[in-house]
Design a protein around this ligand. Structure first.
Ligand code: SIN
Length: 340
């Protein structure tokens, strides 16, 4: 890890640490008119902070570059490093909150992971941008200002991990990327926003209902790796039974199926899953529809298919990895999905 640089200490203000991982917020290209075709994860966190001098009035800031990647390349290794660093920082009485800068593409996965494994009630806020730092009307600086203001706000304590983008505050439990390009790219399809942030001042509406952070049973501080879980789609003329078998042979312990509608799986694909489940594969049924619930029918539940409820496939995958880090008992994992 490249370590710590910026220290602007002042006793009266909260102490916030920014952990940078890359993304479009740190992206650049040589034309201010270009909002595609840029390189994500180029600028250092120091230069991002320097572009928002107003932050000096909000908090005492320290920053660390955990990674500088396009979030499509996010890995278990970075997740574990990030989680351990967040936990170590928030144990200190010198740190009041953490902000994580992140690419928007997999932000909902990383944020949900932290929501389940961070062991603190201090504020943890994820932020990114849809336009690179070089673009006309880049959204990164204002998003960053909002995120640091939110982390510095004592009212943010105990609310789990939050994502702030385009002035909207959303819970890591429910938030999802719902637009490929627009600055208003994040929504919580099965819940409302948690709140709104107006020029750094937060207005909260709700808190997440499910267990998180200090109430969560998951602890990765002593883990060096996570169980391998993959996602497969179901679709017309689905041929994924071949992929399911190959993944299982390659060490996959769990599969999340992005089923059609309320979680339906093509019969060819499903027959293979049933066979692999008898050999120990754990299968969670989710949906490729980004809204609503998936509840396995009685017959499928008896066979061992686990319901994802309102977790989309990429979030169900995060929970299944953590569940498998504790147990391979199917019933116990099904209960975990009911609870979280
Ligand atoms: C990324 O996810 O790293 C690239 C896209 C973005 O941040 O908006």
């Amino acid at each position: 890890m490249q370590d710590s640089h910026n220290t602007r200490h002042n006793i009266a203000k909260p102490n916030i640490v920014i952990l940078a991982t890359g993304g479009t917020i740190a992206g650049a290209v040589d034309s201010s008119l270009q909002t595609t075709g840029y390189q994500a994860g180029v600028l250092s966190i120091e230069s991002l902070l320097q572009s928002v001098p107003e932050l000096a009035n909000v908090a005492n800031l320290e920053s660390e570059q955990i990674a500088n990647i396009d979030s499509a390349d996010m890995s278990d290794e970075i997740w574990l490093r990030l989680a351990k660093r967040v936990n170590a920082l928030l144990k200190s009485s010198q740190v009041d909150g953490v902000v994580i800068t992140h690419g928007t593409d997999t932000m909902e996965e990383s944020a949900f992971f932290l929501h389940l494994v961070a062991k603190s009630d201090k504020p943890i806020v994820f932020v990114g941008a849809m336009r690179p730092s070089t673009a006309l009307s880049a959204d990164g600086p204002k998003n960053l200002y909002n995120a640091i203001s939110l982390a510095a706000n004592p009212e943010s304590k105990g609310k789990g991990v939050m994502v702030v983008m385009n002035d909207r505050i959303q819970s890591a439990r429910y938030v999802s990327k719902t637009h490929t390009l627009n600055v208003n790219a994040f929504a919580s399809p099965n819940a409302s926003d948690m709140g709104y942030i107006l020029d750094g001042k937060a207005f909260f509406y709700t808190t997440p209902a499910k267990p998180h952070t200090l109430q969560s049973e998951f602890d990765v501080d002593k883990l060096d790796s996570l169980p391998k879980v993959d996602i497969l789609y179901s679709y017309a003329n689905d041929n994924s039974q071949v992929a399911a078998q190959a993944l299982f042979n390659h060490g996959t312990k769990g599969l999340v199926i992005a089923g059609s509608g309320a979680g339906s799986i093509h019969k060819n694909h499903k027959d293979m899953l049933k066979k692999l489940m008898q050999n120990g594969l754990v299968v969670v049924q989710s949906s490729r529809v980004n809204n609503g619930l998936v509840i396995a029918n009685e017959e499928d539940s008896k066979l061992g298919f686990i319901s994802s409820y309102d977790l989309n496939p990429q979030k169900a995958r995060v929970l299944l990895m953590l569940a498998l880090s504790k147990t391979d008992n199917n019933e116990r994992i099904a209960k975990i999905f009911e609870s979280y």
